[in-house]
Design a protein around this ligand. Structure first.
Ligand SMILES: [Zn+2]
Length: 114
């Protein structure tokens, strides 16, 4: 290798190194963008998970009520009715003679929710 060739080779290496350095700088910049995006997505994901857990918890609470078929207040009315008293608007609180069934009471206890 003569001096000219040696000089040219150095020049080539120098510009290659500069190009490589540019690539490294760009990759580093890209990496910090990705890290930033990743953090944002992570937080958003956590938020959505929390929200989902909340909704599932709420739904299972509502399901518990429908599993027994009734809300607490309806269960109370059912107990009073089974003890032999009317819970309907017409005869509320009066005794059911001979445990006669009352359609109005049954409607109050088991009827469609309003
Ligand atoms: Zn009744």
């Amino acid at each position: 290798m003569n001096k000219k060739e040696l000089h040219d080779t150095f020049s080539d290496l120098e510009s290659q190194a500069a190009a490589t350095l540019d690539i490294i700088k760009n990759m580093k910049k890209e990496l910090s963008h990705l890290t930033e995006d990743n953090n944002v997505l992570r937080m958003e994901n956590q938020h959505l998970r929390d929200r989902l857990a909340e909704i599932i918890k709420q739904q299972s609470l509502e399901k518990q009520l429908t599993d027994t078929g009734m809300t607490k207040s309806r269960l109370n009315l059912e107990k009073i009715y089974e003890d032999g008293f009317h819970v309907c608007n017409l005869f509320y609180g009066s005794r059911r003679d001979g445990d006669e069934p009352c359609a109005f009471c049954l409607e109050v206890i088991y009827g469609e929710r309003k």
